[in-house]
Unconditional design. Structure first.
Lengths: 196, 196
DNA sequence: TAGTTCGCATACCGTTGGTATGTCAAAGGG
DNA sequence: CCCTTTGACATACCAACGGTATGCGAACTA
């Protein structure tokens, strides 16, 4: 166990509160529509505290995005690892990603504001480090095993990742609950086409 | 021919200049990084002129986005219509979309800032009205003809549209020129899997 | 326990998107 | 042809925002 000083504990507490409240507000109203004043008011601190923990509004958002990406990546990995067959891992992982992206936090923060606030290049770096990484690894494994046809992994990863991102956003705006099943079916068909 | 008054001509000229310059700046630096002062300076007018033509900065962006979407849609349609076979139209249209999305204007304005500035719902309305519409129509035609397997069009359209959007962004950041060919090949394989 | 650090509050600033008002030339009726 | 009205802007201004500089008191350290 880590013996933490009283100050370190307080610091961590404040930082977590700021992350929690800003995440809630960013997810609810979007990055641009949330002012720092609103964030610090919700967190019960002042702007001084915020800038003591984060260099800018964008970096606060970055920390929030990292947290969201981490959670999505873990959910995908957990679902995939529950399968034993590599092919089943791919399919289950993709469906888990689609389910995880149904969360409004994920929608607004990870899919909408993320690329616009940090720039696409930086967003993609985070994406690759967490959620999209599992997809690329699964595809590589399946290619090595000869289960799916040999081809460059990177473009295929991007195609599939983008397909799921967009589908998740569409599902969120959809009223018909049957759309989820239809999307999963269409996605499964696309994945099936990869088989050698 | 439309006889235009001197004032109407001047008005149109100013509006076009504002659209041209703001599009250039939005594409180059992103929506958030461009101030209205910079736009009106580049256009040679004042903020009064800008607000006489557009209700807000977001609406100016919206007009720019509509223009970009329109152009992409026309390019896709033109390429697709040059083919006679419906299946060839689909494939050619998809490849044309990928090529059109290589334009930096399209990247930043249509794919990055668009959803963040206007919200995803409104962005998708514009997308559906222009570029994505052709994709949905092509899929519908091919299903009716029995060329591709019968299934709901909407989710498949979103999956493919998202796949191409993301792939285009990835291609822009890519250094290897062979990545385009690899992406087109992977996309073609995915499309091929739709055949009945 | 005296001095230092540090987590945060307070006060302040430049810039930004947005608005209210002024201005002057073109349009239009008599 | 003149007089009034309209409209396409320019000018001046404002509140709010992100960001910074400084102050302060409690927790650590020697």
């Amino acid at each position: 166990m880590t013996t933490r000083s009283q100050r370190a504990a307080q610091r961590e507490q404040t930082r977590r509160t700021l992350l929690r409240e800003s995440r809630r507000l960013f997810a609810a109203h979007g990055y641009a529509a949330v002012g720092l004043a609103e964030i610090v008011r919700a967190a019960g601190v002042t702007k001084g505290a915020l800038y003591h923990h984060f260099d800018s509004k964008a970096e606060l958002f970055r920390a929030v995005l990292e947290q969201v990406q981490q959670e999505v990546g873990e959910r995908v990995a957990a679902t995939a690892d529950a399968q034993d067959d590599p092919w089943a891992q791919l399919v289950a992982g993709c469906h888990a990603f689609l389910a995880a992206s149904a969360d409004p936090d994920v929608q607004q923060i990870m899919l909408i504001d993320g690329p616009a606030v940090l720039g696409w290049a930086e967003w993609r770096t985070l994406d690759e480090a967490t959620s999209a990484r599992h997809l690329a690894e699964a595809l590589t494994t399946l290619m090595a095993a000869g289960t799916i046809v040999e081809q460059p992994v990177a473009p295929l990863t991007r195609l599939l990742s983008g397909a799921m991102n967009e589908a998740a956003l569409w599902l969120a705006a959809s009223a018909d609950p049957g759309d989820l099943a239809a999307t999963q079916a269409a996605l499964s068909r696309l994945l099936e086409s990869l088989r050698a």
